[in-house]
Design a protein around this ligand. Sequence first.
Ligand code: ZN
Length: 181
Amino acid sequence: MDLTLILGPMKSGKTLELISRISPLKYMPVKFVLFQPERNVRDAEVQSRAGAMLSGRKVQSLKEALLEDWDVVGIDEVHMFSPEDVVVVEKLLQKKTRVIISGLDLDYKRKIFDTIVRLIELGPKEIIYKRAVCEKCLEYNGIYTQVFKNEEPVVEGPPSVVPDDGSYQYKPVCRECFIKS
Ligand SMILES: [Zn+2]
């Protein structure tokens, strides 16, 4: 059925937006599920920084979404899934499943993730671009995610998906404050 993409930088409320769209389904006769990548070490449940929470399933591949029939499938942190997994999203849409997805659109070099490119190729019904407060100038216009190590911007070195174990800090920044390599 329909695909909704919720995109934006770190701390832009993407997960909160996803949860707010999935939560009402709890009270409806709708079979739904929420997936998140196993690589996400931040939480055991799908949780937004604002505190909203919904129980989700940690999976290595989205292929698990095809094991059962769902009316609605939510996916958080989709940029961490392999681009090949987007085939699963296409199959879900063909099965008339509604799919709501959130994730980073751009990596720390401002390059769009391959996974996001493939999702856009599926022709989403809507793409919601969220903004964050720029952590440099504190304006509400953060559109990029810069990676810092010891307060210095990292312009090359780490993989496009940086480990979320505290050794690097992710900060949303605006166009003016982003430091290019
Ligand atoms: Zn700024």
